[in-house]
Ligand binder design. Sequence first.
Ligand SMILES: [Zn+2]
Ligand SMILES: [Zn+2]
Length: 553
Amino acid sequence: MPGTLRVLPLGGLGEIGKNMTVVEYEDRIVVVDTGLRFPTAEMMGIDLVLPDFAYLRDRADDIEAIVITHGHEDHIGALPFVLRELGQDIPVLGRRLTMAMARSKLDEHKLRDVDLEDVEPGEKLELGPFDLELIHMTHSIPDSCGVALTTDLGTMLVTGDYKFDQTPVDGRPADIARLAELGKEGLLLLCGDSTNADRPGWAPSESGVGPHLEEVFSRCDGRIVVTSFASNIHRVQQVITAAHALGRKVALVGRSMRKNVNIGRSLGHIEIPEGTLIQAREIEDFPPHKLVIISTGSQGEPLSALRRMAHRDHPQVELKRGDTVVFSATPIPGNERAVNETVDRLYQIGCEVVTTRDAPIHASGHGYVEELKLMLNLVKPRYVMPFHGDYRRIHLHGALASATGVETDHIFHGVNGTPLEVDSRGARWGEKEHSGMVFVDGVDIGDVADVALRDRKMLSADGIFVVVATISEQDGSSVADPEVIFRGVPFRADAEALLDELRDTVEASLERAAKEEIREIDLLQEVLHDDLAQFVYERLRRRPMVLPVVVEV
Ligand SMILES: [Zn+2]
Ligand SMILES: [Zn+2]
């Protein structure tokens, strides 16, 4: 007699971000995705948000593998934190590009003992009571896939993020034939991407973006800066192709842009014509009409290359009147303010700004309504549990399932932490498990679920440090001893020595910022905050609130 399949989402429902799903059968576990979310503006001082995976803490030995559907942060970003806590001996599976990105991420976290295994679509893998198969899908990053997990109860499919792009840049559309086969074999459960469940029709093809970019470029006389997601390797390819067609050289700016292009190139996802790519430090050697700069910062991220350019604070690129900045991306919900601020600064400098409102220079990586219906009709699921969306989109996705003939009481609108239990008699909600958010603030993981509470708790338990740094307007060097004010910090006997060291840390931090030519006050304060918080934590094992104040004279 077959057992009970439990599908427990720890993140990704009622939100876009931090996707993580625990699939259990006969007490064995496969985890699909370990994603993160970026903090909202009110989460002061928080760098990252992870799913709370405490549920897995006592179950680490039961985990057969972690499978990653693709290399986006909302699917892979929490991997280092999960492995650091649950152990590096859990195998991690995924396609080549995804695993290459995982490797680079784990290296940054000094996790070098993890077994990362490349799996190709179509390969069948046995993981305890599960058979695993990856199915090739199209999305805004190469090597995306759905995950089919088969037990003696039947097959479930987690689609991962997908669209049905009929003309993808690399010429490899989604494996529709295999999806149809799954439907014929009889799919037990579909857990599908709901991101665009509110957009009618079909998502435009990625390959339609290239010609529009070329059209926009052809109207520019000055330098062109294009910003997009660094992981959108096909988009970067299209920018390079358009630049090359118009006889422009290409420079890559921003760490993650250079990193991803390198990985993409080494795996054959990006081809750059000989002599097209130049170093960022060579930018000034080329006339403006011969140059395209591809930059990070499409989301207005605080320390990104574009944001620094917009604040006239980038060491290699000084934007001027006559330059054009092209946003080949739309803001992720929550980032609109930061993007608007960046755009406005660009206008202040005198740049032209081209966004998706002016030309079709972006295509979503997530399927629209007709594509979700196509998926439902291909795999013909008995049960449906919409994934990857806020409650509204999950609800809309459920309605599409119903419209394509799935029985209404077979459609499950889930919440994080509540498992769906499926056995040979049917499907139903199980008992709620522990779930939630975990904050990372640069140094380590915290576990307080509410930020205001966290602030208050920080103040009452660990106090506050205010550090006033006075720097020269000319070169950013420190011109007076940093002043340190503290209240409520439980100090030890050697407080004076510690304060001296703290001042040294401020000096070192300022020096480093000056060397990296970080001048903009907001950015400086961020750098100072991170360095000081780390120092204080290392020395006191406490997290007082750290408020850096930078004064220019
Ligand atoms: Zn994605
Ligand atoms: Zn996603």
